[in-house]
Design a protein around this ligand. Structure first.
Ligand SMILES: C[S@@+](CC[C@H](N)C(=O)[O-])C[C@H]1O[C@@H](n2cnc3c(N)ncnc32)[C@H](O)[C@@H]1O
Length: 279
């Protein structure tokens, strides 16, 4: 099962899929976890990669936040599948996310789109069944859109992806989905814009240990959300997706009240669901 050379060969943005997996697994190991994700734990144990040396000890707050973010996406998928049980979920930049196994209803059609090297590692580590298709493509290349039948209902997920793209690329992706998937939806997360000019520079971001996340050229404050409607006339609804309840003073107490706190309500990580008009 060891895939060390493939995992260790990942650099830059593709490597971040190991970082998010590592944190989701750390959270999933807790008896009081906010996200049951046994497969993430198995994956971290199966892949021969020096997680601790590379990323430092998993930060409990970061681990919980990443698991809550995944839980947020799961909730949107479950809502979608309640309406379209055999609908298509397209997961852009899916990395080693195990969301399919958390939400599978037995009839969903799931398409994973990721770059060739990360996707090869995913294939080597995870069993893909007949309802799980994969496509080694850059999500910015609209060719993946042709692989999706818009008639069965479509929900596009972009978890942990948009921040690594350029603003024009994010806009083009939103517009492409709005054009191709009438009645469909797109859910994505965003981190807030930074205040100081110095911090705004495209600098790698240090989170824990010596590891630095790659530069994040696209950021969005909550107050910027209405502007997403200008990406395409079919953007019919822009909805906040709140994080599920967490533990502790920050994610248990502060985050659920963030909307009532000045400054924080605008400058907070957010998850947004866009719904597209039917034709
Ligand atoms: C932070 S990881 C997120 C992985 C997963 N969604 C999660 O939340 O754990 C970013 C993922 O986006 C993928 N990615 C980066 N740029 C991409 C692009 N242009 N097209 C498709 N995938 C991309 C990377 O390979 C990686 O799997």
């Amino acid at each position: 099962m060891a895939q060390d050379s493939r995992a260790s060969a990942l650099k830059g943005v593709p490597e971040t899929m190991l970082w998010t997996l590592y944190h989701r697994a750390a959270e999933a190991r807790r008896p009081d976890t906010v996200l049951a994700d046994p497969l993430a734990v198995e994956l971290v144990e199966a892949v021969d990669f020096p997680f601790v040396e590379r990323f430092g000890p998993a930060h409990p707050l970061v681990a919980q936040a990443i698991a809550l973010r995944a839980g947020c996406f799961d909730a949107v998928v479950r809502e979608f599948l309640a309406v379209y049980p055999a609908g298509t979920v397209v997961s852009l930049g899916e990395g080693l996310e195990t969301g399919f196994w958390r939400v599978d209803n037995g009839t969903v059609d799931w398409l994973t789109v990721d770059l060739p090297e990360p996707l090869a590692l995913r294939h080597a580590l995870l069993p893909h069944g007949p309802r799980q298709r994969t496509l080694a493509r850059d999500a910015r290349d609209p060719a993946w859109i042709d692989r999706v039948d818009p008639a069965r209902g479509v929900l596009v997920l972009a978890q942990g992806l948009f921040m690594y793209l350029r603003p024009t690329e994010v806009r083009d992706l939103i517009a492409g989905c709005a054009e191709a998937f009438p009645g469909g939806g797109l859910v994505f997360d965003a981190i807030p814009r930074l205040r100081s000019r110095r911090a705004r520079r495209d600098r790698p971001r240090r989170v824990s240990g010596a590891y630095r996340l790659p530069p994040m050229p696209w950021r969005m404050n909550v107050a910027d959300r209405p502007g997403l409607a200008t990406a395409h006339p079919a953007v019919a609804e822009i909805k906040d997706v709140p994080l599920p309840p967490g533990r502790g003073p920050v994610l248990g107490l502060l985050t659920p009240r963030a909307d009532r706190l000045p400054v924080v309500r605008n400058r907070r990580p957010s998850v947004t669901l866009l719904r597209f008009a039917s034709r």
